[in-house]
Design a protein around this ligand. Structure first.
Ligand SMILES: Cc1ncc(COP(=O)(O)O)c(C=O)c1O
Length: 382
């Protein structure tokens, strides 16, 4: 089955009791049982929910995985995935992950004896140099948020597997339509479904998909045991969202290319971070590993004052955190999404005062460009 057929049909069988073609939102906390120990596979809604199960099946199928588990947010999904690691074990992490991921690892999970080494995973040799006898996981994000560094998933998977570690990839930025990490040897994919999978900025959720049966059993146990489950409505919104994922990603990608080309030529833009650009040092790798480049672009206008001018002058683009929705969002990583990253790390990565991030939405391309043009135009008058 093709991607869209899978997206529209897997998990989305018509409801057997009514024939409803969309999966109902099973808004219930518990299920009537026929007798002691006799039930229909559903006992309590933290443990099982049919809407959630449909969504998990759907997202797993889109990533080419056997198992899927949905959580209350992307961070809850990442937290649950890290429960595969015990105190005293070690994880190698992309040094340019989403700020919230860094905060979870560095400020929370370190307190429980899990060791982390943050490296530039765009060079597999850095991962090789960082692995130790107790390394059990390599956690990568590609392209990274916000400076769009690409990690070679196959190369990193080879290194990690030789060291006996699993590889986890946060695929939020690409979605399974543009990148399928499991095809490159990755073991576990995590998503903030809040972004492209939902796609409409109206839900919060996360999902973990994988093929290994033992790890899957543990994640299922953690999902129920720790209980950070996605709500039935949020699961349903993801099911609704993935039906148009291919169409949406095609358009995010088309507009992304056009906006990037516009920014690249603009005299007030000092630098652009976009793997779709031939000037990106990993353009060839991105082309090999991704089906497109998506709608995420970062660009540097040189100073906090210039960034503020742009961010406060846009009219169509909305100044907000988050990404992956139908509307174009614009943000300032330094003070918003990446405020918890250490200053020296931010400086090294290029998360500067003047860095602006755009999540290119689904408005007409020329309207997005016109808005950025008029906002950047405010800089030339200063
Ligand atoms: C790449 C990435 N991973 C994970 C997350 C966390 O997701 P959530 O906000 O759903 O917890 C985000 C949020 O922005 C993200 O951008």
């Amino acid at each position: 089955m093709g991607f869209s057929t899978t997206a529209i049909h897997v998990g989305n069988e018509p409801d057997p009791s009514t024939g409803a073609v969309t999966v109902p939102i099973y808004q219930t906390s518990t299920y009537a049982q026929d007798g002691l120990g006799r039930h229909k596979g559903y006992e309590y809604a933290r443990t099982q929910n049919p809407t959630r199960a449909a969504m998990e099946q759907n997202v797993a199928a889109l990533e080419g995985a056997r198992y899927g588990y949905a959580f209350a947010s992307g961070m809850a999904a990442i937290d649950a995935t890290l429960r595969l690691i015990k105190g005293g074990e070690h994880v190698v992490v992309s040094d340019n992950t989403y700020g919230g991921t860094f905060r979870l690892f560095d400020k929370i999970l370190r307190n429980y004896g899990i060791e982390f080494t943050f490296v530039d995973t765009s060079e597999a040799a850095n991962v090789e140099a960082a692995v130790r006898d107790n390394t059990r996981m390599v956690f990568v994000e590609t392209p990274t948020n916000p400076v769009m560094i690409v990690t070679d998933l196959q190369a990193v998977s080879d290194v990690a597997h030789r060291a006996g570690a699993r590889v986890v990839c946060d695929n939020t930025f690409m979605s399974p339509y543009l990148q399928r990490p499991l095809d490159f040897g990755v073991d576990i994919v995590v998503h903030s479904t809040t972004k492209y999978l939902n796609g409409h900025s109206d839900g919060v959720g996360g999902c973990v998909v994988l093929n290994d049966e033992r790890d899957a059993e543990w994640l299922k146990f953690v999902q129920n045991g720790a209980g950070a489950i996605i709500s039935p409505l949020d699961a349903w919104l993801v099911l609704r969202g993935t039906k148009t994922l291919a169409l949406r990603m095609e358009q995010h990608d088309r507009s992304g290319r056009a906006v990037a080309a516009f920014l690249e030529e603009h005299p007030k833009v000092q630098k652009i971070y976009y793997p779709g650009s031939v000037s990106h040092r990993q353009h060839e790798l991105a082309k090999r590993q991704q089906k497109g480049f998506g709608g995420m672009i970062a660009f540097d206008v040189g100073s906090l004052e210039a960034a503020r001018t742009v961010l406060e002058s846009v009219r169509l683009c909305t100044l907000a955190e988050s990404l992956g929705g139908v509307e174009t969002l614009i943000s300032h990583p330094l003070t918003m999404t990446h405020a918890s990253v250490l200053p020296e790390t931010r400086q090294r990565l290029g998360i500067t005062d003047g860095l602006v991030r755009v999540s290119v939405g689904l408005e007409d391309t020329e309207d997005i460009i016109a808005d950025l043009d008029q906002a950047l135009g405010k800089l030339s008058t200063r």
